[in-house]
Write a protein that binds this ligand. Structure first.
Ligand code: PFF
Length: 459
């Protein structure tokens, strides 16, 4: 890349614009849809506790690491690694692959959200019977064609925004909609918390049952931290690459994970108390949000308007995340293969849409197909992307910064060449170099069963 090109790289219109856009990438279906059902499936409080532990050791650390590499190189992941050490470019490629996989099923769920917006408009949010609500959801997602139409609509919306470019497209949307979503979620949480028996859900989510902790719960929590914070695949490298040299990376690396976690907790406290109040199954899986919240809306004054607004805001949160997923893939082809942004967005959007089809069908017509550990196609793609590729990408980035590129270079970038004070700099360095990569490695080999497999080999 010539100096001239580098200087003309688009930058964020304002500091708050960047934080909102990066937070927009982080806050999405991962917080609102995935966190509550993952907590529900993995023992509630035990999962939440592990989530926090991993957030502190790995989450903040890697957020800063990705922003540092992105801003230093002003390039998307593959270009960034290539510029620093050519041999490491494949790690960036791994991230692009993860982006492809995640967006393929993310867009399917985004489509469900659009379907629920349509439902709200047509006034079907007055049912509280769990059987009926569950039946409606299952009927919809197991239908072979309907979800695909909505999946296509979601993908078209995503690529439409990505074609618009960085500050023009992304920033404009996040500024208004993120704060609205926050307020909306708090209102729904209050309604849910005041339902009869809601306290059971609160206890389930906040009181850890240590006997529930095992390798696979640990790995799920690890995968969830990566997924929710958009880490491990270079999304934050890409966003950091648009960040000006005098911005404060330290503040952003704390603010984004905190905001993201707050929203996940609020979503958990909106969904799980209602799950217990209405007698749903907390381990009900990906349908939990879509089955539970309509029941909550039915119990609210003006519930159908609330329901409509809620799903519209969730759609925007999902879009601010999906655009970052597509952006990783697009900026790779634009930076590395010199593709034109529009062609790249449309072409990649189409490929990812097609890749999402088996995930969607895997919940209905193809539900007999099990790929990994007895999981259907949808869950298998999620598992490979969230629990394998993202943690791997994160671990490799730690090793890269700690042992290859060097902490001194990273320190310089974090502190804007010594201009900013960062009292915890050495702690961060220690986490990057030793603690985070080892922690990820241990959780990974335990949770995937690799460790057990190796032990058995030597028995
Ligand atoms: N963090 C997003 C969410 O929680 O919905 C999903 C996501 C976006 C994951 C971007 C990874 C990523 F690079």
């Amino acid at each position: 890349m010539s100096l001239n090109e580098k200087n003309t790289r688009e930058q964020w219109g304002s500091k708050i614009g960047f934080v909102l856009a990066a937070a927009g990438s982080a806050v999405g279906l991962g917080n609102i849809w995935k966190f509550p059902f993952m907590a529900g499936q993995n023992g509630g409080g035990a999962f939440v506790l592990l989530y926090f532990a991993i957030l502190f050791v790995v989450g903040f650390t890697l957020m800063m690491a990705e922003l540092v590499v992105g801003r230093h190189t002003q390039l998307s992941p593959v270009g960034a690694y290539k510029k620093l050490r050519k041999k490491w470019a494949w790690v960036g490629g791994l991230g692009v692959l993860a982006g492809f996989l995640i967006l393929s099923f993310y867009s399917v769920v985004g489509g469900w959200v659009i379907r629920y917006i349509v439902k709200a408009v047509t006034g079907s949010f007055n049912i509280t019977d769990p059987e009926v609500l569950g039946g409606l959801f299952v009927n919809f997602i197991t239908n072979p064609t309907q979800p695909l139409i909505y999946h296509a609509i979601f993908m078209i919306l995503t690529l439409g925004i990505v074609i618009g470019g960085v500050s023009g497209g992304i920033e404009k949307y996040s500024k208004i909609l993120m704060p609205s979503l926050f307020v909306m979620m708090i209102l729904i949480m209050f309604r849910s918390l005041t339902l009869p028996n809601a306290i059971e859900g609160v206890k389930f989510m906040l009181v850890p049952d240590f006997s529930k902790i095992n390798g696979s719960v640990f790995l799920s929590a690890l995968g969830q931290v990566f997924f929710s914070l958009s880490l491990g695949m270079g999304a934050m490298i890409t966003y950091g690459s648009y960040l000006g040299k005098d911005e404060n990376i330290i503040d952003s690396s704390v603010q984004i994970p905190l905001l993201d976690t707050a929203i996940a907790l609020i979503a958990g406290l909106a969904v799980l108390p209602a799950v217990f109040s209405f007698g749903f199954d907390p381990a009900g899986g990906p349908g939990l949000l879509f089955i539970t919240l309509p029941a909550v809306f039915a119990q609210m004054p003006l519930g159908s308007i609330f329901g409509l607004l809620f799903f519209v805001l969730v759609l925007f949160a999902a879009l601010t995340s999906s655009i970052s997923l597509l952006e990783v893939c697009v900026s790779y082809t634009v930076d590395e293969w010199k593709w034109n942004r529009k062609t790249a967005s449309i072409g990649l959007g189409l490929i990812i849409f097609i890749m999402g089809i088996p995930s969607s069908l895997g919940l209905g017509t193809w539900s007999h197909i099990k790929l990994i550990k007895g999981l259907d196609i949808f869950d298998s793609v999620d598992f490979v992307a969230s629990n394998v590729l993202l943690p791997l990408g994160g671990m490799l980035l730690c090793i890269f910064i700690g042992w290859v590129w060097g902490l001194d270079n990273a320190y310089k970038e974090v502190t804007n060449d010594g201009k900013l004070k960062f009292p915890l700099m050495r702690v961060w360095g220690f986490l990057i170099k030793y603690v985070a990569p080892v922690a990820i490695f241990i959780v990974f080999i335990q949770g995937t069963g690799i460790y057990q497999w190796v032990v058995n080999l030597f028995k």
